[in-house]
Design a protein around this ligand. Structure first.
Ligand code: NA7
Length: 494
């Protein structure tokens, strides 16, 4: 059975996206006995980030036993840091196990949503011209899904192959080609070692050197997997150990001594893996560790010891038909350019076509900056919830922990509505404002603002709109139970 596209039907909940967020929300609804919900997915397959990113070497940089739902453990993760196909397989397993397939509408790209106040219903518009109605709308499309391709002068003239890491061209064989990689973020440091094996020459354009820690990856033995399966306590203990190790990194946000210690470890990592002192200097970051996302890799630095790999730190002046011209006038011949240049983040949220109560556009609600109460609810937008919304990103722990906290909170909000026989729930403006003041206050002294770097964590005004500025325990505690007094319950019995 497939959920009907009947335009007259009003779903209890419309979910956008089938990544960890959307799927996590759907499972919670299923467990609560809600059947009348639909999940809208622009692609033809579930998986979100883990469907989109298929570049060579793509893997999670949080250990698998933590980067998975707490209620759906997997004893047989093959490695500490699972590769992309295995994570995608895990999401597909969750969809099958919890019977979500009939609720998913593929090829359904959401273009906007408008709140019908009289009917207290969200009208969700889709790219094919359809409208899907829902009493509640949960947006789980995530902040990192619009590839950022820089507007380099002359790029349109380039006659070779050019693609973004999240749109990897698997039909293009890089073997024996002269390739340029632009960007040295989380994605690039994973695929650079993989493709360096094949290319005739690889030039890596680095604008800012990232901080990189060793990646303690290993394959789990059959014995270990067996033990995790037969003695669940060992698996739980392993997961908890990873959680608390990651959580301890939160101290680094505020304690310069801890940051300095971590920087020493990262510098020793460079020294161990790179032989040439000039190269070491170029690869050593000039900002304070933690200001941008700290990366993990044990096979990235050694690539630069190869004679057929060049680290280019001079900026790009222009792109020509078959080459890249550097700012100091050198011309580098290339057959292909791969953009490891990340995603449009805060922009993507601010550009959403969402219209709430009284025709309020989300852009107007966010005139003074992107914010949502606990990253989840926005004043003026009743019955609308974000997953991985503003200020829920993490530099130090698993985003799935945050998603699970948010899902529990949203379920609590929905229960509050039904318990009070209300028609809508909306966060009070003063509650949202007070919360945002706290977020910004907490962020003020942090390394993200003071660390001497430019990052996607901050908006164009230099304000933190992406990261959660405290421990994940703090987040969990705040979202553990909904405070009814934080919300306006329209039509409530009392
Ligand atoms: P990131 O981490 O945002 O990295 C993007 C990289 O691209 C980074 O090195 C940027 O340099 C570089 N970049 C971006 N724009 C340009 C231009 N115009 N010119 C040169 N270099 C540029 O994206 P990823 O895809 O690697 O990772 C995304 C997330 O996935 C990551 O944060 C994790 O959460 C997992 P910069 O540092 O800005 O100088």
């Amino acid at each position: 059975m497939t959920v009907s596209a009947d335009p007259g039907r009003t779903h209890a909940v419309v979910i956008v996206g089938t990544g960890f967020a959307g799927i996590g929300m759907a499972i919670a609804l299923k467990k609560a006995g809600v059947r009348n919900f639909v999940i809208l997915e622009k692609a033809d397959r579930v998986g979100g980030t883990w469907r989109e990113n298929t570049y060579p070497g793509c893997a999670c940089d949080i250990r698998s036993h933590l980067y998975s739902f707490s209620f759906e453990p997997k004893s047989d993760w093959t490695r500490e840091f699972a590769p992309q196909p295995e994570i995608l397989g895990y999401i597909e397993h969750c969809v099958a196990k919890y019977g979500l397939a009939p609720h998913i509408r593929f090829h359904t790209e959401v273009t906007g949503a408008e709140y019908d106040e009289a009917a207290t219903t969200w009208h969700v518009a889709t790219a094919d011209g359809g409208v899907i109605k829902g009493k509640a709308l949960v947006i789980g499309q995530g902040p990192l899904h619009i590839p950022n391709i820089p507007e380099l002068p002359g790029l349109e003239r380039f006659e070779g192959r050019a693609f973004h890491s999240a749109q990897w061209d698997h039909d293009y064989d890089l073997t024996g080609k002269k390739v340029a990689v632009i960007g040295t973020g989380a994605s690039a440091i994973q695929f650079v070692p993989q493709i360096a094996e094949r290319t005739a020459h690889l030039t890596v354009f680095q604008r800012t050197a990232p901080w990189i820690m060793p990646r303690p990856d290993r394959a789990f033995t059959e014995k270990q997997k067996d033990r995790f399966e037969k003695i669940p306590l060992t698996r739980v203990a392993h997961r908890n150990a990873i959680y608390w190790l990651q959580e301890s990194f939160v101290l680094g946000f505020e304690h310069p001594k801890i940051i300095k210690g971590a920087e020493r470890l990262a510098k020793a990592h460079i020294a161990r893996q790179v032989t040439d002192p000039g190269l070491r200097a170029k690869l050593t970051p000039s900002y304070i560790l933690g200001c941008k996302r700290t990366l993990v890799s044990s096979d990235y630095y050694p690539v630069f010891n190869r004679p057929d790999v060049t680290l280019e730190t001079e900026g790009i002046k222009e792109i020509r038909e078959h080459s890249i011209l550097t700012k100091d006038g050198r011309e580098i011949e290339v057959d292909a350019i791969i953009f490891g240049t990340g995603f449009h983040v805060t922009d993507a949220m601010a550009k959403a076509h969402l219209t709430g109560r009284n025709g309020l556009k989300i852009q107007d609600a966010w005139r003074d900056g992107v914010t949502a109460h606990l990253g989840t609810a926005v004043t003026g937008f009743p019955n609308l919830f974000f997953l991985v919304g503003p200020n829920t990103g993490l530099g130090h722990n698993s985003i799935i922990f945050m998603i699970e906290s948010q899902v529990r909170y949203i379920m609590d909000c929905l229960r509050l509505v039904s318990k009070n026989k209300a028609v809508s729930i909306e966060v009070k403006p003063d509650v949202q404002a007070r919360y945002n003041e706290w977020v910004q206050d907490r962020s003020r002294g942090s390394v993200w603002l003071k660390g001497g770097c430019a990052s996607w964590y901050l908006d164009s005004e230099g304000v933190n709109r992406s990261l959660w500025p405290a421990s994940t325990v703090n987040f969990w505690l705040r979202l553990r139970r909904v405070k009814p007094t934080d919300f306006i319950l329209e039509g409530a019995a009392s």
